[in-house]
Ligand binder design. Structure first.
Ligand code: ATR
Length: 279
């Protein structure tokens, strides 16, 4: 069989092996996907191991998404712009780093909640690593504007200026000042929570009061533990369309699978097996 892997620290709770092995089974591809617990100091040895064992594909998770980059032979331009790699493709010993998190999120969003992003007004809550990947991918969809709202406003400003170069004509990317916030939120077509607010075990927390939103707003949360956060529950109660974080996990894996195999990922089988493992 052809070997695939995911690395992280911690890694024991990863759902990637269950999801990817199901994808290999479904498509009849003779692949085996395993999880390795790799500490920081062992990262260079692991990369030597990819070459030595001819591992075809690797997913990279926390805390290695940045540190892996200088150890690879090439970095895809989008991964370079995002500053993080979550997928490695090994072509006969040449290791290329990609980032499928942001595009995975966008594919999930379009598939499950909002088919058309062009011309839309988008609000991002949070300005960390997760926000960065998603904003980069959303900019490719030519939204009218992306407004960044963060507890620490200076971090939103930094994120906005560092991705300005990827903002196409007709789109605006900007940090939201505290005075603008209420108006910007009320006008949003889409609000995305990228912060950890509401994640298990703090399930009663919400990143924003949904009474500030208009009923036409689509509300999205990257969190998938719980599958439906309190933020999404309160939005649904007010009649808004909602989108949870599980799809981002499924589709980041779907893109990785497609990069490695060239075969369309069996998305619904992948989702079923992950859902079954969560309950
Ligand atoms: P990730 O890679 O998951 O994005 P990160 O880079 O540490 O993690 O970013 C976390 C983001 O969540 C930040 O925008 C952070 O806000 P600050 O920049 O002000 O720290 C936001 N965040 C985390 N906990 C939060 C909380 N309790 N309330 C509001 N924002 C929070």
């Amino acid at each position: 069989s052809i070997l695939y892997a995911v690395i992280g620290d911690p890694i024991v709770h990863s759902k990637s092996p269950i999801m990817m092995n199901r994808a290999f089974l479904e498509t009849g591809i003779n692949g085996v996907y395993v999880a390795f617990h790799i500490k920081d100091h062992a990262l260079p040895d692991f990369v030597a191991g990819i070459r030595a064992m001819n591992i075809r594909g690797v997913n990279v998770t926390i805390p290695h998404k940045q540190a892996i980059m200088p150890l690879l032979d090439a970095i895809d331009p989008a991964a370079q712009a995002i500053g993080a790699v979550n997928t490695i493709v090994n072509d006969n010993g040449k290791l290329t780093g990609y980032n499928t998190d942001g595009i995975g999120y966008v594919r999930s969003l379009k598939q499950e909640a909002m088919p058309q992003l062009q011309g839309k007004k988008i609000v991002i809550l949070g300005a960390g690593g997760a926000a960065r990947g998603i904003v980069y991918a959303l900019l490719q969809e030519q939204p009218e504007q992306i407004m960044l709202i963060n507890r620490t406003v200076s971090k939103a400003e930094e994120l906005g200026s560092s991705l300005q170069a990827y903002c196409m004509e007709g789109s605006v990317l900007q940090a939201c000042s505290p005075e603008q916030t209420e108006r910007i939120i009320a006008q949003a077509d889409l609000v995305i929570n990228t912060t950890s607010t509401g994640m298990f075990p703090n399930v009663e927390e919400t990143p924003l009061d949904t009474s500030l939103l208009s009923e036409h707003t689509v509300v999205s949360d990257l969190i998938y533990n719980p599958l439906t956060t309190k933020f999404l529950l309160t939005a649904a109660d007010r009649g808004m369309k909602t989108h949870g974080g599980l799809g981002m996990f499924i589709y980041q894996g779907a893109y990785a699978f497609e990069y490695w195999t060239g075969v369309d990922a069996p998305v619904s089988a992948m989702r079923d097996v992950v859902l079954a493992s969560l309950s």
